[in-house]
Design a protein around this ligand. Structure first.
Ligand code: SF4
Ligand code: SF4
Length: 442
């Protein structure tokens, strides 16, 4: 079968076999839950509860801090232990709401009750998504209601469900394809109903044939929703790459998917939309893959947001030996963490632990050109790295460095082990910050 894809990219050993056969297990946290107020893109959420207050399952804990923001909801019933500063993955401190679970699971009225979503207006559906605190669960954390609020006059003809799950090791979406395919199709029915005449395309990489089969079966009877098998290639799940694979349209850093007539929503997020709109359930839990060669029993857990990483690793049988590296997310775009008490956020798809952290010494560029051939944005990574190292940001921009999506394919493929993406991403961040500063002075 010819599978759709994009130009560029790399073929990576995916390590998914470690956890792909592990059915989702519901995990009940033993310790306190820590809900960070900055676990999405945009303004941090603003706590609306105080220490000592009793809260119910599904109760709002924090309001969105602006339009591009998301609220937080309680995943348990219990008591607010503290509203305090806690360290984040990147070492910064942010406000967190710390909860003690009372184990009673007492919910707010209406929680989990079925709603007649087909009688809701588009504005009511988008408001329901917003009021459930739904954000992109594939890693980006972009508030979903913002994505759905397209400008008047913009025609959306494709709603794309991103089921590529191209990052090595991660299997949470794959398990959801097998265990909750109808929920994903319900989410797609809701999303396509917002854009009359649109089609829903669920893109799934060809390395998940059972997922393709299960979701295709759930699509039966819904003529405007279908599964599109995609070639297994990294970063197939990048937003720009999946748009290209599905529609042959390309967008750049100055465009939104809506400019290409598309809305792209990750697989877990589509299910969160279905739960929010059709069942009045805010986003308070997610599936997390706990895996890697340092973990005894790689697993997929459905766990409350705020659960400590340490607890999930213990639930997966603990470490076989002390790992040299623990990553939140996948090996290509995840964050290495140093503290196992860090909590699961809405965007935490995976906790990956390696026995050995292979650190290679970079050598001189041998001009093989491999980094150019794999870059999905058709950039010149070696030239961009040189300009970044020389701090020649004008040349960096002229070479379209701001188009880099930070996928790491160039670093992965480089035989000289040059740290290409690391330098390019750092330069891009610097330029973006400088641009923001300049704009704020105008
Ligand atoms: S330059 Fe950026 S987009 Fe291109 S391969 Fe490297 S990290 Fe990916
Ligand atoms: S892949 Fe590495 S060695 Fe080859 S051209 Fe790019 S930077 Fe040089």
């Amino acid at each position: 079968m010819f599978l759709k894809t994009f130009r560029g990219g790399v073929h990576i050993r995916d390590g998914k076999k470690l956890s792909s056969a592990s059915a989702i297990k519901e995990y009940k946290p033993q310790g306190e839950l820590t809900l960070m107020t900055n676990q999405h893109i945009g303004a941090p959420a603003v706590p609306c509860v105080k220490a000592g207050e009793r809260v119910l399952l599904g109760q709002k804990l924090a309001d969105p801090g602006g339009f591009v923001s998301a609220g937080l909801y309680s995943p348990v019933s219990g008591t607010v232990k503290a509203v305090t500063g806690r360290e984040c993955m990147n070492g910064d401190t942010a406000t967190a709401i710390v909860l003690e679970d009372d184990g009673l699971n007492e919910a707010v009225p209406g929680y989990g009750e079925e709603r007649d979503w087909q009688s809701m207006t588009p504005a009511e559906i988008i408001a329901a998504v917003r009021d459930a605190g739904v954000v992109g669960m594939g890693g980006a954390g972009f508030p979903t209601h913002v994505k759905l609020s397209v400008k008047e006059g913009v025609k959306i003809d494709h709603v794309i469900c991103n089921g590529a799950e191209c990052e090595p090791y991660i299997t949470c979406d794959h398990r959801l394809m097998l265990e909750k395919p109808s929920a994903a199709v319900l989410g797609m029915r809701i999303l396509t109903s917002l854009f009359p005449g649109s089609v829903g395309v669920i893109g799934i990489e060809g390395n998940k044939p059972d997922g393709i089969e299960a979701v295709s079966a759930a699509c039966e009877g819904y003529d405007n929703i279908s599964v599109l098998p995609l070639k297994k290639k990294y970063p197939q799940g990048g937003e720009r790459m999946i748009i290209e694979a599905v529609t042959k349209r390309r967008i750049n850093s100055k465009m939104l998917p809506a400019d290409a007539g598309c809305i792209v929503v990750n697989f877990s997020t589509v299910i969160a939309v279905a739960e929010a709109v059709a069942y009045n359930m805010p986003l308070t839990r997610r599936v997390v893959t706990v895996t890697g060669d340092a973990v005894r029993e790689p697993s997929n857990f459905l766990t409350p947001i705020g659960t400590k990483a340490r607890e999930l690793i213990e639930a997966a049988g603990g470490f076989t030996e002390e790992p040299e590296k623990v990553i939140f997310g996948g090996p290509m775009m995840g964050f290495a963490v140093y503290d196992l008490d860090l909590p699961v956020n809405k965007t935490t798809s995976c906790i990956l632990s390696y026995k050995r952290d292979r650190v290679y010494q970079p050598s001189e560029c041998i001009r093989c050109g491999k980094c150019l051939t794999v870059c999905p944005e058709h950039l010149m990574p070696i030239k961009l790295k040189n300009t970044a190292d020389e701090r020649d940001y004008a040349e960096f921009e002229r070479l379209h460095g701001l188009e880099c999506i930070g996928c790491g394919s160039c670093t992965y493929i480089c035989p000289a082990k040059r740290r290409l993406s690391q330098s390019i991403v750092a330069a891009k961040q610097f330029v973006m910050i400088e641009k923001k500063k300049a704009a704020s002075l105008k």
